[in-house]
Design a binder for this molecule. Structure first.
Ligand code: PRP
Length: 176
């Protein structure tokens, strides 16, 4: 992979710094409450693991796996759940943790999916947000970075299953 390392858009140090800020914000906002954080697989695994370690609260970790991109760079528009959460969410404070909100279709789908389970509160935390790509009016509660409408990889995000282990957010200039 070395010959084709993505161009750096957000370096590791900046990601780490921003996650510490998000963790402090979440810790203050939910003080005294039990939180269920939901990791949206696969892309969110790295962000989720780093974020929850910066949240100073009792926290339950849940996982859901959804896919709408497959091997493409644009959303199919159809969100599929391939693994669902297992804990009851009724009356709980739930935070959906996403790596990226692009068209917004996935997160809108997840909001509807989880609202039906009657949580006490439901918020969205996304590391990345592309305002220019958004196709609905979903509003995010915690945003790491607003980015331009470019296809990004690394730090959990893939292109055809590759680049997830790259430790920064990067852009593939020649491949996409
Ligand atoms: C990516 C990402 C988000 C979603 C965002 O998932 O992890 O869940 O797309 O795009 P949207 O706002 O246009 O819906 P993907 O379907 O690529 O699956 P993956 O996380 O398993 O790679």
């Amino acid at each position: 992979m070395n010959s084709k390392l993505p161009r750096v858009m957000i370096p590791e140090t900046k990601i780490k710094q921003r996650i510490a800020e998000l963790g402090s914000e979440i810790s203050a906002d939910y003080k005294g409450k039990d939180v269920i954080a939901i990791c949206v697989l696969k892309g969110s695994y790295m962000f989720f693991a780093d974020l929850i370690r910066k949240v100073d609260l009792p926290i339950h970790c849940e996982f859901i796996s959804v896919s709408s991109y497959g091997n493409k760079t644009t959303s199919s528009g159809e969100v599929k759940i391939t693994l669902d959460t297992t804990e009851p969410l009724s009356g709980k404070h739930v935070i959906i943790v996403e790596d990226i909100v692009d068209s917004g279709l996935t997160v809108q789908y997840l909001l509807n999916h989880f609202k039906a389970r009657k949580p006490a509160s439901l918020k969205i935390c996304s590391l990345l947000f592309k305002p220019d790509a958004l196709k609905n009016d979903v509003s995010l509660d915690y945003i790491g970075f607003k980015i331009a409408n470019e296809f990004v990889v690394g730090y959990g995000l893939d292109y055809m299953g590759r680049y997830r282990q790259v430790p920064y957010i990067g852009v593939l200039d020649n491949e996409v």
